[in-house]
Design a protein around this ligand. Structure first.
Ligand code: NAD
Length: 465
């Protein structure tokens, strides 16, 4: 039987970058069957060997950062510099996993704390779940694959990876690197294909006890019902706010807003989308922001001078264009941008006076648009920030510790950044969302917890005769 194929196109110019197999349920079946062997091999592999494979993966990623960064930029439309930075970040995640692999351990248990436990000694330990199903998006394709594959291997699991259909080539390259540095062939299966075919089959497979998914809220929220009796971790979308108080350092805040709002053309789950500005500071902030946005160069992601790449496809650009037009029809005021550039690029856009009950104020834009919303009191700002269905990261710029503490306590988000934008993430922190932004946490140590199961060993002393 001949297999059908998916063409991978450069989102900026539509040129063909490559072609992969369009796998479906049959390929997932084969991959899971192979992964059973991989899971046995990995569970038996000593920690120092798993650690060594991860260290060598990190090293090889660093060696190939420029070429792999180019491939990521060609597939995803992020800039080449962003692509290189992503490869280096992925290398750091593998390095961290190499270190964590050496310290996965349990504790002794004081069984004799209860009368029924007298004469018993024992401990708990962590065992791998077996096969991890990993489904990843196109916007940070390598680093987010690393966030699933590296901890899974560190913990002694096998992985079946279904990368996004837009960006499968870097996933295949990562697999090649890992096999080259000594990972058993059956321990990492990559099945390229469409989400509703290969992805759905992986989610539903009864031999995959844990599925870790990063992607949209629309898809992610349907998965637990389809997955059946298994654990599912979800890293979904966001609509991240940053609060600017009267005591904020406007120069620092403006630079951070521009970096966090327009990186990867705003297509990050923790992009700055809403800037909540103390009303008296609005003019000062706009005056600082507009020249910075104006200075950004939007263009071919593969050119060194480009700061803002393109949207993932024509449909995404159409969606952003119509979102801006409908927001304008509702009475919003454009401060900068608002127009399409060519096929899939959109000018970095700064907008204010938006409707507060829908659109940009509530949903995930996933494009280069930052909205400024005025507030009067910090209580009001926190209430506005919390008013969406999302809860990934939030931020506050303030010179007052009492304001920082109030925001940290009352923002209903997975993380609160003080004097930074919500776009900051460290790969060692427990990362994940509240409300409809997800279930579970990534960040290597925390992912390892999700990818292992606890077992108790209890030994009862018996008399010698
Ligand atoms: P998407 O949901 O369309 O696709 C994500 C992955 O899921 C892809 O591999 C896709 O093929 C697969 N998929 C699609 N339908 C499926 C199905 N029915 N069953 C199983 N798998 C299926 O998302 P996307 O457009 O690739 O990514 C953008 C979204 O991801 C945004 O909403 C963004 O905020 C979110 N995201 C979240 C994080 C996070 O860490 N929270 C990080 C990056 C991106």
């Amino acid at each position: 039987m001949s297999l059908s194929h998916l063409v991978v196109n450069n989102p900026y110019n539509g040129e063909k970058v490559g072609e992969v197999v369009a796998g479906g349920a049959a390929e997932i079946e084969t991959a899971v069957a192979c992964a059973h062997t991989g899971a046995e091999l990995m569970a038996a592999m000593p920690a120092h060997q798993r650690s060594s494979i991860l260290t060598h993966t990190a090293g090889q990623l660093r060696t190939e950062a420029t070429e792999l960064g180019y491939l990521i930029a060609s597939e995803s439309g992020k800039t080449w510099n962003e692509g290189i930075a992503e490869v280096k970040r992925a290398a750091g995640i593998f390095q961290l996993a190499a270190e964590e692999a050496r310290r996965i351990h349990g504790e002794t248990l004081p069984f004799d704390a209860f009368e029924t436990g007298e004469g018993r000694t024992g401990y708990w330990l962590r065992e791998p779940v077996g096969i991890v199903g990993a489904i990843t998006p196109w916007n940070v394709p390598l680093a987010l694959a690393a966030h699933k594959i590296a901890p899974a291997i560190a913990a002694g699991n096998a992985v079946v990876h279904k990368p996004a259909e837009q960006t499968p080539l870097n996933a295949l390259k990562l697999q090649e690197i890992m096999l080259h540095v000594g990972l058993p062939m059956t321990a990492l299966q990559v099945v390229t294909g469409l989400g509703e075919e290969a992805g759905d089959a992986l989610v539903r497979h009864s031999d995959v006890p844990f599925v870790t998914f990063t992607g949209s809220r629309a898809v992610g929220m349907q998965l637990p019902a389809r997955a059946g009796y298994k654990r599912v971790a979800l890293e979904l979308g966001g609509n991240s706010p940053v609060i600017i108080t009267e005591s904020a350092n406007i120069k620092t805040a403006s630079a951070a807003i521009v970096a966090g709002g327009y990186a990867v053309a705003g297509q990050l789950c923790i992009s700055v989308q809403r800037v909540l500005v103390q009303r008296t500071m609005m003019k000062q902030l706009v005056d600082a922001l507009v020249p910075l946005v104006e200075a950004l160069v939007t263009g071919d992601p593969l050119e060194a001078k480009t700061n803002v790449g393109c949207l993932i496809d024509v449909a995404a650009c159409d969606r952003i264009e119509s979102l801006v037009h409908s927001t304008m029809r509702s009475g919003a005021a454009l401060l900068y941008g608002g127009f399409r550039i060519g096929r899939t690029s959109f000018a970095p856009t700064l907008i204010t006076d938006i409707p507060t009950d829908r659109g940009l104020a509530m949903d995930e834009a996933f494009g280069p648009i930052v909205a400024l919303l005025p507030y009067d009191t910090l209580e009001q700002a926190v209430a506005i920030a919390n008013a969406t269905p999302y809860g990934l990261n939030a931020g506050i710029f303030t010179g007052q510790i009492s304001q920082a503490e109030y925001a940290a306590r009352n923002l209903n988000f997975g993380a609160v950044m003080i004097n930074d934008v919500p776009s900051f993430r460290s790969d060692l922190m427990p990362y994940g969302g509240r409300k409809q932004s997800g279930i579970g946490r990534e960040g290597v140590r925390f992912a390892i917890e999700e990818m292992t199961e606890l077992k108790v060993i209890c030994s009862k002393s018996i008399s010698l005769n």
